[in-house]
Design a protein around this ligand. Structure first.
Ligand code: ADP
Ligand code: ADP
Length: 222
């Protein structure tokens, strides 16, 4: 079964003067173990689509199903925290927390005991290829690629099986960008995650299992 299913989902931004239809009647199914790329011009609706999948924006019409249940019926706070994780171009790590603390924090937030959270965090930091020497570093002591790997470890530690990455390599040089993409692909295939990558970079899209293009709010398969 699809982990996430969008049925005829639309979203428009409204202001005093106009309405912008950012996502128009999008239907899509995401499966675990696959990497999906979404490409498209700036302003075509990619970020809006990703934020709908993340539960950060609610559809104006249509329906989004997670594991077969309409996300409207789920605890949205829990959905955003534990089910769908977003990876940002700017990493969004907590600057005053160390690497280990960054990954432990969301686990403690949901009530996990410190030692258990620490064990899970260490396991996920290792799974993104960072060793113990990184635990006590602060984000500003890491390279961009290392920061993005910490963000991925933090997302995975919550148990999310759906990883939504918005231009994850946008602030990385090519070598680090390639490593991060390779990591996302490995995680999808080995750990059976569904990974969505919004990207301008066609060489990244090339490596995905399925590629979609957004064009003026309309999604089509490439
Ligand atoms: P992309 O990620 O492909 O650049 P977006 O999803 O950010 O596209 O934007 C899609 C459309 O919605 C664009 O026309 C954009 O200007 C508009 N838009 C995005 N965010 C807002 C907002 N908060 N208020 C009004 N319009 C918005
Ligand atoms: P992206 O890097 O995804 O293309 P954008 O530059 O389109 O991002 O948007 C950055 C932020 O500005 C988003 O939070 C988006 O919602 C907001 N935004 C984009 N277009 C508009 C708009 N026309 N009016 C208001 N806010 C907008």
């Amino acid at each position: 079964m699809a982990i996430l299913k969008l049925n005829d989902v639309s979203y428009s931004y409204q202001n005093q003067y106009q309405s912008v239809e950012a996502v128009k009647n999008v239907s899509l199914e995401l499966e675990q173990g696959k990497v999906y790329a979404i490409i498209g011009k700036s302003g075509s609706g990619k970020s809006t689509l990703l934020s709908l999948m993340a539960g950060l924006t609610l559809p104006k019409s249509g329906e989004i199903l997670y594991d077969g249940d309409s996300i409207k019926n789920l605890d949205m706070e829990e959905y955003r925290r534990d089910k769908a994780s977003v990876i940002y171009q700017t990493f969004n790590l907590f600057p005053l927390m160390t690497v280990l603390e960054n990954v432990i924090f969301p686990l403690e937030l949901k009530g996990m005991k410190h030692l258990e959270a620490k064990a899970i965090a260490e396991r996920h930091i290792a799974s993104v290829g960072l060793d113990k020497n990184h635990y006590k570093r602060f984000p500003n002591m890491l390279s961009g690629g290392e920061r993005q790997r910490v963000a991925i470890a933090r997302a995975l530690a919550t148990g999310s099986r759906l990883l939504l990455a918005d231009e994850p390599t946008g602030n990385l040089d090519m070598a680090n960008g390639d490593l991060v993409v390779k990591l996302l692909i490995d995680l999808a295939h080995k750990d059976k995650l569904a990974v969505v990558i919004v990207t301008h970079d066609l060489s990244i899209a090339d490596k995905a299992d399925e590629v979609f293009q957004m064009n003026d709010g309309i999604l089509s398969r490439m």
